[in-house]
Design a protein around this ligand. Structure first.
Ligand code: CDP
Length: 575
């Protein structure tokens, strides 16, 4: 049985109250009468067995052993796949990938075909990203003799549909809209989320190019071109448009930037065309119809004395890559084009979570050269292990079909065109009980509003370390609970105050440095929020954008404190 006589879910994995609540309300299977059919541990077993099925196609009978190995790491929360895999594996909803990018061509057929696919994907809990850059500008002619309403009106249409679907779903599907900086409707796009609560299912990113950013830096002009005709519509100073982007981001946290040239320099399969969009939280640039199957290793689980147990970590990374490659085989996509695209490049996204917890445990302040160096070196090794695992799979199962046309062709065959990606891990880090992705601690004590309830969080590692220093007292706990941070806590040793630094106390430059260090060793992109204090001015925002571009990150999301009181973290369901 999955529930106690009193009715609450049986905790067979030692989870936190908030993790149990999220799992029982959204993830665990229920029977027709609505009663829970599984415990969290049984959910992990269901996922392990369903995914390991893929193994039998390569070596009959192999699934049993792999199901056990997968279940062990899932139950230990050393590695967790993205939410749709946890929710849907082994059920009739076969969508297991976290995110998709879908094409939007300049025709009503394409717009509504893709809207239909979007609906089917959101129903299963996956996110979708789109470039709206091909749509003709507002005010231009349509074939019916009418006037085009432009990309922003279609983003509104997609948003409305997503909101309706989200009401019935277990998880709220999220969207990303990218508009190229050369599109004539770009200024309307920048303001599309200015009103509080506008486009709640969308994140917006301006697709910026190196030519635009150079023009802004050098004071040159910038051309807006109608994608339908290729004609010049208007010219304006690039600097003025750049300032408008920064101004909107400063006011509302939107839009972010997607550095299109940086992204395309790393495009693993250029033959599929230029990459124009990412998934909702930005960590995976994809071609049209492609998807990404994400999974993250929980670094905090590998702490061992003054470092990490890297022998075990390497094993779990290797198993994680295999797990994700298996997920590709057992996934069912609602539209054939999605299945074909997934098969052609076999992109997966192995990433990490628990970076902040790991750094604090090792006594490395997030905003220090030592921390950036440590994370960079670690990510380089993880990437090496992950690539080696994909090569082993290629030797066993063959490379991805487009391998001969990929930039991997000069090295040994790979099973996956893209292996690593850093997801936000909004929900799975909650289930794992660690800090999200590569983000610093949000706060040491805070209240998380989720499922219509408030859950108090107090960073357990801080409590443990303070006790070990003999510095613990109820007064201290009350003091920290009131402020949320430990930086002014006279009762704690300086080393602890420094290593438990929180997001808003960290200078934006350190956020960017950490993102860039991780990006250097990541195939896809990195989900990261650059936090700015409420007092930061627009000039700082412009500077942050410039630094991010120069640092070589693929995209940037900023959040200035207090600009959106209702949105604490990026992916709303986990906040
Ligand atoms: O932790 P979890 O697996 O639930 O998701 P995440 O790592 O926070 O987000 C990974 C990706 O899932 C995002 O980039 C989105 O593409 C998608 N997502 C979504 O569609 N809807 C959400 N409410 C959250 C995430």
């Amino acid at each position: 049985t999955a529930v106690r006589p009193g009715g609450d879910v049986i905790d067979d994995l030692g989870l936190s109250p908030v993790a149990l609540a999220v799992l029982s309300e959204r993830y665990l299977l229920r029977d027709d009468s609505g009663s829970l059919r599984e415990t969290p541990g049984q959910m992990m077993d269901r996922v392990a067995v369903a995914v390991a099925h893929a193994e039998d196609d390569y070596r009959p009978g192999a699934s049993h052993g792999y199901a056990e190995r997968f279940a062990t790491v899932l139950r230990a929360r050393e590695f967790l796949p993205n939410s749709p895999t946890l929710m849907n594996a082994g059920t009739s909803l076969g969508v297991l990938s976290g995110c998709y990018v879908l094409p939007i061509e300049d025709s009503l057929e394409s717009i509504f075909d893709t809207l239909r696919t979007t609906a089917l994907l959101h129903r299963a809990g996956a996110g979708t990203g789109f470039s709206f850059s091909r749509l003709r500008r507002r005010g231009s002619a349509t074939s019916g003799g009418g006037v085009a309403s432009g990309p922003v009106s279609f983003i509104e249409l997609y948003d409305a549909a997503s909101q309706v679907i989200r009401l019935g779903g277990r998880r709220r599907g999220a969207n990303m809209a990218v508009l190229d900086v050369h599109h004539p409707d770009i200024e309307e796009f920048l303001r599309a989320k200015s009103d509080t609560g506008a486009l709640p299912t969308f994140n917006l990113s301006v697709g910026v190019t190196d030519d635009f950013l150079h023009a802004a830096a050098q004071g040159r002009s910038h051309r807006l071109i109608d994608p339908a005709t290729g004609r010049l519509v208007r010219e304006l100073p690039a600097r003025e448009l750049f300032a408008q982007i920064a101004e909107n981001a400063w006011r509302t946290g939107e839009p972010g930037l997607l550095f299109l040239d940086t992204v395309n320099r790393a495009n693993p399969v250029p033959e599929l065309g230029r990459l124009q969009a990412t998934n909702p939280c930005g960590e995976v640039p994809l071609s049209a119809f492609e998807s990404c199957t994400l999974g993250s290793v929980n670094l905090a689980r590998f702490l061992d004395g003054d470092g990490l147990d890297e022998v075990r970590l390497a094993e779990v990374v290797r198993l994680g890559v295999r797990f994700l490659d298996d997920v590709l085989d057992v996934s069912v996509h609602p539209v054939p084009a999605l299945a074909e695209a997934a098969r052609a490049t076999r992109k997966i996204g192995l990433g990490v979570m628990g970076v902040a917890e790991m750094l604090a445990a090792l006594g490395l302040p997030y905003d220090s050269p030592a921390a950036v160096r440590y994370v960079s070196g670690l990510m380089a090794r993880i990437s090496r292990w992950a690539h080696a695992a994909s090569r082993e799979l290629a030797a066993e199962r063959g490379p991805f079909p487009l391998y001969p046309h990929s930039r991997w062709v000069t090295s040994a065959p790979m099973r996956n065109a893209q292996v690593t990606s850093i997801a936000p891990t909004g929900t799975i880090s909650l289930i794992a009980g660690t800090s999200a992705g590569i983000e610093p601690f949000y706060a040491i004590a805070y209240t998380r509003h989720v499922l219509g309830r408030d859950f108090d969080h107090f960073e357990p590692l801080l409590r443990e370390r303070a006790r070990a220093h003999g510095a613990w007292s109820p007064t201290l706990e009350a003091e920290i609970s009131a402020s949320g941070t430990v930086s002014d806590c006279a009762g704690l040793p300086e080393s602890l105050r420094r290593s438990f630094v929180t997001a808003h106390e960290i200078d934006p430059r350190w956020h960017i440095r950490m993102q860039a260090a991780v990006q250097r060793h990541t195939d896809a992109a990195v989900a990261k929020t650059i936090n700015l204090p409420a007092t930061a001015d627009v000039a700082t925002m412009r500077e942050v954008f410039r630094q991010a571009w120069q640092a070589g990150v693929k995209g940037i999301t900023v959040y200035r404190d207090d600009t959106r009181p209702e949105q604490v973290l990026r992916c709303p369901e986990s906040c």
